[in-house]
Design a protein around this ligand. Structure first.
Ligand code: PAF
Length: 298
């Protein structure tokens, strides 16, 4: 595709140029319509579908982007093999209330090749996933700020599954006074509890079964807090011991963090986020959950 492509009745408009998205979203805003935006890297699953449905419920018009952003992959990561299926994505997006799909090429997004200007959110980007993927969050923050500049004033929807990413984007939008309301949406899980992710397709059948260990570890940590545990290190040990009990899994990190600063508090007192990352084979999976002390599980 080289420009604006309309796929016919019941299908969705796909545009590939920045100028065209701007023209369309500016027109909607000028007519008084609110714009919801769902940035994705495609290979859409129901986690993305839930973001699109939330955007459609809150806004007059929903724009979704599909762009596998090279800037957020390290040279040894899965940029080339990242799953892609634009035809399927078009129908998933249409089914979930998206009005316009923006699917730019890399040349459209990065016309000069290498970028000289990047956005990096200090502190929040260095911990946890940032330790294993030191350049990842600058790549995310840079492309998301470009996408916000392209789509313009909007509400933007991100999944809580990538909780550190969500915290970083919220902070970036606030620090840079972006005209965007960042909305976090709950994790969508498979029936056995595995958080939905485009990367789940990489798992062998055996690793796919074992992957539910992330959710089991979070459940154990959550239960420990509900039982009155207030020491983050003890809760972290509970998560770690569950993952260590699964021979196919290798823990990257487990952490108890404040949901805004992503720092581990000295004592667990109020709303806390449990974060976990583990390898199943070569696939690195992440998951997290919120725990409010003194409240029943929802
Ligand atoms: O979460 C993702 O899919 C990506 O990191 C995002 C936010 C679309 C930026 O490329």
């Amino acid at each position: 595709m080289t420009g604006n492509e309309s796929a016919g009745a019941g299908a969705i408009d796909v545009v590939t140029t920045i100028a065209e998205v701007r023209r369309i979203t500016d027109g909607h805003r000028a007519a008084g319509r609110s714009v919801g935006f769902v940035p994705t890297m495609g290979y859409l699953h129901d986690g993305h579908g839930s973001l699109m449905r939330a955007a459609a419920a809150d806004n007059d018009i929903v724009v979704a982007s599909i762009f596998v952003n090279p800037l957020q992959f390290a040279p040894d990561e899965d940029l080339d093999s990242y799953p892609r299926d634009l035809d399927r994505d078009r129908s998933v997006a249409a089914t979930n209330g998206v009005d316009l799909l923006f699917a730019p090429t890399t040349a459209e997004m990065y016309p000069h090749g290498a970028v000289l200007t990047t956005v990096s959110v200090d502190k929040l980007s260095q911990r946890w996933d940032g330790e294993s993927r030191p350049t990842h969050f600058a790549g995310v923050a840079t492309v998301v700020s470009k996408l916000f500049n392209i789509v313009g004033a909007c509400r933007a929807y991100f999944g809580e599954k990538d909780f550190q990413q969500l915290a970083i984007i919220r902070r970036m939008a606030a620090d840079l006074s972006m005209p965007v309301e960042v909305v976090g949406c709950p994790i969508v899980r498979e029936p056995d509890g595995l958080a939905m992710s485009s990367r789940n397709v990489y798992l062998s059948p055996e690793d796919r079964c074992a992957a539910v260990v992330l959710r089991r570890a979070l459940d154990a940590g959550e239960q420990a807090i509900r039982d009155g545990e207030t020491d983050p290190e003890t809760v972290t040990r509970a998560l770690r011991s569950i993952v260590d009990g699964e021979p196919r899994a290798r823990l990257d990190y487990a952490a108890v963090v404040d949901p805004v600063t992503l720092e581990t508090p000295p004592v667990i007192e109020s709303e806390t986020r449990l974060l976990i990352a583990a390898y199943l084979g070569d696939t690195r999976l992440i998951d997290n959950c919120s725990v409010r002390t003194g409240q029943d599980r929802s």
